[in-house]
Design a protein around this ligand. Structure first.
Ligand SMILES: Cc1ncc(COP(=O)(O)O)c(C=O)c1O
Length: 460
């Protein structure tokens, strides 16, 4: 549907509504043309993969792809044994055979093998109360990192602007720097990204420079800050996305690791579908199965506007063709055996486990670092973001954790990550990120005692 060169997205939608006299529930695919990078626009579709789906037409004789003959594959069976989430003990062995085995060992569609794709679509529908609809799709990736990388490439041209939380997940810093992205840091507090900081940046944006296309956020148990973005912030940020025309990249690997006492806020992806005064399609959501099933499986999802998911698929089709069918089939086999309710039960148990770990760590912090540091207790995820009380230096008024951690703490036998890695511009900071996912109570106690000794020695 053509739109007469819109000035703002709000006007674009208005003009669509007027000219077409229809209610626009989701942005049309054409809306995303302005968001795609040159890289994404110039990418040619895979001639073979574009025709793959016709192979499923009954009676079709396909000479299309150079698929290897599965009769020659040496694997004749894959058996997986899985512990029941219901009692945590009973084991069940499921064998992949017949068609499922064949699918597991063969090339498959770029966005995921059909059974797994269908199961994940159902999961997104149930978990986020968002019915399946033609405007959205999902794609399976080799972990969410794979898809985040491809999404940034699909959206940003070198030099274009992106809003990032400060601190930001360190895993996106090298790729943003490598892409010469113009990163605008948005301050965060215990409720999430600061709406004032974002609004200020957007309302004072230089007239001669295109505004940011993207806001990148980790809204649950943020890595590294541990913060879960409040409902009010999510609503205000969605409103800003609508007013200032940007896409929210919701990187949410800790969604299922929410253990706060209040009801969880909805995901951005769920929330945007609740409004009926504006179209859906501003959220590109990333899920990871690393923290809840296995990080070695390398499975993640991108869910969002079909046009953006398709751009990511085109990258996959020319980079790695697809995520391992075997991995997808293994995950699908036990997930479909569980069903959604049992999957949610599993995630509840996982989050409960991390809540207990969080409590142990919080007690250790109270015991050893009271007066030597500050922190906010996280309600999701696996990180504490700790502000050490360090002496100020000419370049770091609040002190710098970099040398303290990399030299003194290391010598004292305790390892954590200095906060500097979590700022795109690599600023000096007194913060340090501590992961509590693996440690037992004794190690927490001893590790924090050692860290406290280091801080005391520096303060002395
Ligand atoms: C915020 C964030 N995004 C993405 C990832 C990558 O996850 P995956 O294992 O799904 O690639 C991580 C991993 O720790 C993370 O913390």
């Amino acid at each position: 549907m053509p739109v007469a060169t819109p000035v703002t997205p709000v006007e674009a939608v208005q003009s669509l509504k007027e000219t077409e006299n229809v209610s626009i529930e989701a942005y049309p695919s054409s809306f995303y043309a302005d968001f795609l990078s040159e890289h994404a626009k110039n990418r040619l579709p895979s001639p073979i993969r574009g025709l793959f789906h016709h192979e499923k037409v009954p009676g079709m004789i396909s000479m299309l792809a150079g698929k290897p003959n599965p009769g020659l594959f040496p694997i004749t069976s894959i058996a997986i044994t899985v512990r029941s989430p219901l009692d945590g003990v009973t084991e069940k062995t499921i064998e992949l055979k017949g068609e499922t085995l064949e699918e597991a060992l063969q090339y498959g569609p770029t966005h995921g093998i059909p059974r797994a794709h269908k199961w994940f679509m159902g999961l997104q529908e149930v978990a986020h109360n968002r019915p399946q609809a033609p405007d959205w799709d999902l794609s399976v990736g080799a972990g969410s990192q794979d898809l985040i990388y491809k999404a940034f490439l699909a959206l940003l041209n070198p030099g274009e602007s992106v809003l990032v939380e400060a601190p930001v997940y360190a895993g996106v810093v090298p790729l943003l720097v490598g892409q010469h992205a113009h990163c605008v840091e948005v301050d965060t507090d215990e409720h999430g990204a600061s709406v004032e900081s974002m609004r200020h940046a957007l309302e004072n944006w230089p007239a001669n420079k295109p505004k940011p296309k993207v806001f990148y956020t980790v809204p649950y148990g943020c890595n590294p800050s541990g913060v879960t973005t409040s409902l009010e912030r999510r609503e205000a940020i969605l409103q800003l996305a609508h007013e200032h025309n940007f896409i929210i990249m919701e990187d949410d690997p800790y969604y299922y690791l929410y253990f706060g006492s209040a009801p969880r806020p909805p995901s951005y992806w769920e929330l945007e579908a609740r409004y009926n005064d504006r179209p859906r399609g501003r959220v590109l959501r990333f899920d990871s199965f690393s923290k809840i099933l296995s990080s070695g499986l390398r499975l993640g999802l991108v869910t969002g506007p079909r046009a953006l998911v398709e751009a990511i698929n085109m990258h996959t089709a020319s980079a790695n063709l697809q995520v391992s069918s075997t991995t997808q089939a293994i995950a699908y086999t036990f997930l479909s055996d569980w069903g959604y309710e049992t999957f949610f039960e599993h995630t509840r148990k996982v989050s409960e486990f991390y809540r207990r770990k969080r409590d142990v760590f919080a007690r250790g912090l109270e015991k050893h670092l009271t007066g030597l540091a500050e922190w906010t207790t996280p309600e999701a995820g696996m990180f504490f973001w700790i502000k050490l009380h360090l002496p100020s230096t000419p370049v770091a008024p609040e002190g710098d954790s970099e040398r303290v951690i990399k030299e003194k703490a290391l010598e004292a036998g305790v390892l954590a990550l200095p906060g500097k890695s979590f700022f795109v511009l690599g600023r000096a900071t007194p913060y340090v990120r501590a992961a509590f996912s693996l440690l037992d109570e004794n190690d927490v106690d001893e590790g924090l005692r050692r860290l406290a000794e280091v801080v005391k020695a520096i303060q002395a």
